[in-house]
Design a protein around this ligand. Structure first.
Ligand code: ZN
Length: 404
């Protein structure tokens, strides 16, 4: 069995997450994939392979002789795919020894991968590129990470001559809808630290994420029959529109920022004359700056409420925090990954994530967890792709981290 064969099998199971479901996992396909993974891990000879009631799968590779005193290291990936794009009937296509020409996806010929538009792809000429067929995502996010971990686990069990400490494996559901860490039992996982395999280009190592809050700003107006509304109606839609219009655009917006710049992002609008609410994402790599963003949004909302005769209801909810705040206290965790990436002949690529990962939550739950590449490209898109070579490099990095 190869990592590519495993990957091709996993992507054909529809494990799309569903935000509207309250169950855990949110969809049965995720459980089907977990059951398949559990049977493969058992067949490879892993210990205590347990799929719990919430659909979290964990397993152990015991330490090799003389390495019992090593800290336990975890490897984590998520089995769900993004709700933004269909994951049903995924037909993976392997473009062997790809020659660099446009890749036209057969089920929708408007879906074309061109090197001119895909700089990461341009550097993979000669590799075996894997795409979907044009109507679905591929699911490399994060089945590339899942396949790399399962393959590395099988190799470690089959080759006791590779020395390593105790290793724990964890596969989580519903990461794409922000619930992946919710029911992750850190104590039962029992690792000193871990790595998620859920990243892009070979060599990528992510240990800084955004800190994130969600703000809900609601304007309360007064509704009455519009034919008889003179002097009575107070339209909350007008107030909310004025508020959104005053949010910064030339700076502090996703459309105008990158790197370490944070933003304030209105992304959802629920409207009626009576009550209109706007959801606003607050994002920055420096947690303290979220308070400044909140103050800005509050003062704009209150000014608009004043001018329009509406009332503003505001609440703020913490989403996740920059994992770096935790990882800086455990520098050996990132250093071990850096050394492993170099040991397989790659250059570590370290960029701040403009988002969060399961590791952003897990790090604050007591499990320091940076993110490693798994060869995922064009996340959540019909044009998603990976390559056999990327998958194999991810396996090699896991083996190097284990060896330490
Ligand atoms: Zn992912």
């Amino acid at each position: 069995m190869s990592v590519l064969e495993r990957f091709l099998r996993y992507v054909q199971i529809d494990s799309r997450a569903d935000d509207s479901s309250a169950s855990c996992p949110t969809t049965p396909g995720q459980l089907m994939l977990q059951q398949l993974l559990a049977s493969e891990l058992r067949a490879s000879g892993l210990d205590d392979v347990i799929l719990d009631d919430n659909g979290y799968l964990m397993a152990t590779i015991p330490a090799t002789r003389g390495r019992d005193a090593d800290p336990t290291i975890g490897f984590i990936a998520h089995v769900d795919t993004s709700p933004e794009m269909s994951g049903a009937n995924v037909k993976p296509i392997v473009h062997r020894a790809w020659d660099g020409r446009d890749i036209i996806l057969p089920d929708d010929r408007t879906a074309v991968l061109r090197t001119s538009e895909q700089p990461d792809l341009a550097s993979q000429i000669g590799h075996d590129i894997v795409t979907a067929s044009g109507k679905t995502l591929l699911g490399a996010d994060d089945k590339a990470g899942v396949a790399a971990i399962v393959e590395a686990a099988a190799e470690l069990v089959a080759h006791p001559d590779i020395p390593h400490g105790r290793i724990r494996i964890g596969f989580t559901p519903d990461e794409e809808i922000g619930r992946g860490a919710n029911r992750f039992d850190v104590a039962r996982f029992g690792a000193a630290y871990a790595y998620t395999l859920d990243g892009g280009n070979a060599g990528e190592l992510e240990h800084e994420s955004f800190s994130a809050d969600l703000m809900r700003v609601a304007f309360i107006g007064f509704n009455t029959h519009p034919g008889y509304a003179k002097g009575k109606m107070v339209n909350a839609i007008r107030a909310a529109a004025r508020f959104v219009d005053r949010l910064p655009r030339e700076r502090l917006s996703p459309e105008t920022t990158d790197g370490y710049d944070g933003f304030v992002h209105p992304y959802q609008f629920e409207s009626s004359v009576d009550r209109t609410s706007v959801r606003v994402l607050l994002r920055d790599h420096v947690t303290a700056k979220l308070r400044e963003q909140e103050q800005l949004v509050r003062s704009l909302a209150e000014a608009v409420a004043d001018e329009t005769g509406t009332r503003a209801e505001i609440d703020v909810q913490e989403q996740y925090r920059n994992m770096r705040e935790v990882l800086d206290r455990h520098p050996h965790v990132v250093e071990r990954a850096r050394a492993a990436i170099r040991a397989v002949g790659l250059t570590p690529i370290e960029k701040p994530i403009r988002g969060g990962t399961d590791g952003s939550r897990l790090s604050f739950m007591g499990l320091p967890t940076p993110n490693l590449f798994a060869g995922e490209h064009n996340f959540h898109s019909r044009l998603e792709w990976t390559s056999r070579q990327d998958l194999e490099k991810a396996v090699a990095v896991i083996l190097e981290i284990a060896r330490g």
